[in-house]
Design a binder for this molecule. Structure first.
Ligand code: ADP
Ligand code: MG
Length: 503
């Protein structure tokens, strides 16, 4: 509520004014002298408006107005006078009195002046508040900006990624510390001011530049671009592979590109090591279950050969022993040759691709795994397997892929379920579908299935590397893999191999 201070040394007038104004809802305070009013203001009391008589014993209304003007307080003063004259009117103006009213005071005039004075005062107050707020905001922004700059510098300094900015002329305008280390330069001056071509090998430069400019010009709104496995060149002419994230932006009308460059040599090495360790873990599982099979075969052979070599052994028994031995060695031979195939390195496997028959490859894998402990009691259903389905791959890698899927399917059915294998050719592409009626997967499991070490199996049963390896192989050979699974409803793995070209 607006608080109005009335200053007059005549009590009657104070009371009269108070009556008029309080009826309008204003809160009224009274002072019988200007010096009393000054005291009240100086001790911190605040008012919205002052109405003061000019001529009073002691300090005058003009003096009071002067006091307010000098204090620079936003407090309008309405002066009332019994004998209007030029000099007091002048003084009122000089000290910025809000209004100068002569007695007798007209009620309507007074109320309208009071109303306007309060509006002006409140407007001024809110303007001032806004100004203060905007100053505060500006200050906060400036601090924030400074903080961001510091943060930015700290990040650029701390990261092991090289962060390099170039302008539209492909000249390097800034580079962080990691850039010098990564590209083996000694000082910032070796990089800044140079053309960015310096970081690429001669033959690859154009290719990357075209890629970047085509993407960025096609989609001006898409201001970031990811390049992977880019070949880059160090100052000593050695090369390395990097992933680069590029963003473009404009500053004062000029275009800039900032690239965050990550050396992926270590990552690639780690992936390879992971694949190696998975292979080892995998082989030990295979070895354990297959060792049992080999032992069975050898026991059978040994038993029959022993019986056949007794003196009283008849021809029929000898014949039987020969047959058993032949059968079992056949089985062992297939087993070992397939095992040997499984023991080769991923790299050498990828280099040696050939056109294979999908049905033939499936049969070869099944021969190894069908009789193993994990899959022995599973029912493996296969449709027509005579058709030749050409696809380009590497036999060992395919075996690794399929066996991982089969072993997971067996695990999911507690080693007693039904596993269905379907292979067919459609639109020149080989398709392979493996379905199991096992426990299936939740969406959460499906989301993490390719993560290395992700397993839902109990300790000692799962390494969580099987599907990770599957993903590597699928990516390597550009195979499309769609997984469809629901808890309690089993899982379906659908592989679509790329079309076979003659090259
Ligand atoms: P591991 O078999 O060692 O657990 P994988 O990478 O082969 O590791 O599989 C990861 C996880 O994916 C498994 O633990 C399992 O939860 C899930 N999974 C994979 N295949 C199937 C399947 N056919 N049915 C149900 N779950 C599966
Ligand atoms: Mg597995």
């Amino acid at each position: 509520m607006d608080k109005i201070l009335i200053i007059d040394d005549e009590e009657d007038i104070r009371i009269a004014l108070k009556r008029v104004l309080s009826r309008e809802g204003y809160q009224i305070e009274l002072s019988e002298s200007a010096s009393d009013a000054v005291k009240r203001i100086e001790t911190g009391e605040t008012f919205s408006l002052v109405i003061s008589d000019i001529l009073m014993s002691g300090m005058s209304g003009i003096d009071f107005t002067k006091f307010i003007a000098e204090k620079n307080i936003n407090l309008p003063v309405i002066l009332i006078t019994g004998n209007p004259n030029l000099s007091s009117a002048e003084a009122a103006i000089r000290y910025h009195a809000y209004e100068y009213i002569s007695k007798p005071v007209d009620r309507t005039q007074l109320l309208s002046v009071v109303k306007r004075a309060l509006e002006v005062k409140n407007q001024k107050d809110s303007d001032l508040e806004k100004l203060l707020l905007s100053e505060k905001l500006e200050k906060a922004l400036r601090t924030q900006n400074l903080d961001l700059n510091r943060q930015n510098a700290a990040i650029l300094n701390a990261t092991s990624d090289a962060v390099i900015t170039i302008n539209h002329k492909l000249v390097i305008v800034s580079a962080n510390k990691a850039s010098f280390d990564m590209f083996r330069f000694h000082s910032p001056l070796d990089l800044i001011g140079q053309n960015v071509r310096l970081l690429f090998t001669e033959n690859k430069m154009q290719k990357y530049m075209n890629q970047v400019s085509s993407v960025l010009s096609q989609e001006p709104n898409k201001s970031t671009l990811q390049l992977s496995d880019v070949t880059l060149q160090r100052s000593d002419s050695t090369t390395f592979l990097a992933d680069i994230a590029i963003c473009s932006y404009s500053l004062d009308g000029d275009s800039y590109y900032t690239g965050v460059i990550r050396d992926v040599t270590q990552k690639k090495l780690m992936v390879e090591q992971l694949i190696h360790s998975e292979r080892r873990a995998f082989l030990s599982v295979v070895a354990a279950s297959i060792g049992h099979e080999i032992n069975n075969s050898l026991t059978a052979i040994q038993g029959f050969v022993e019986m056949a070599s007794r003196e009283n052994a008849d021809l029929m028994l000898k014949d039987r022993a020969l047959k058993v031995t032949l059968n079992q060695t056949e089985k062992l031979r297939a087993l070992t040759s397939n095992l040997l195939q499984l023991g080769k390195s991923v790299k050498s496997n990828h280099e040696k691709t050939e056109i294979l028959n999908l049905n033939g490859e499936i049969t070869a894998v099944l021969q190894v795994f069908k009789e193993t402990a994990k899959l022995k009691y599973c029912q493996i259903k296969r449709d027509e397997a005579n058709e030749t389905i050409p696809f380009r791959m590497n036999s060992d890698q395919f075996a690794l892929l399929l066996s991982n899927i089969l072993l997971n399917a067996a695990d999911a059915t507690n080693n007693i379920g039904t596993i269905e294998i379907k292979a067919y050719l459609q639109n020149h592409k080989a398709h392979l579908i493996i379905t199991d009626d096992g426990e299936g997967m939740s969406p959460e499991t499906l989301e993490k299935i390719y993560e290395p070490y992700f397993t839902t199996k109990e300790l000692g049963k799962g390494t969580g590397l099987g599907m990770f390896v599957v993903k590597q192989i699928v990516d390597n050979f550009e195979i499309d893999l769609q997984i469809d699974s629901n808890p309690g409803k089993g899982s379906k793995f659908h592989f679509i191999f790329p079309e076979v070209s003659e090259s």
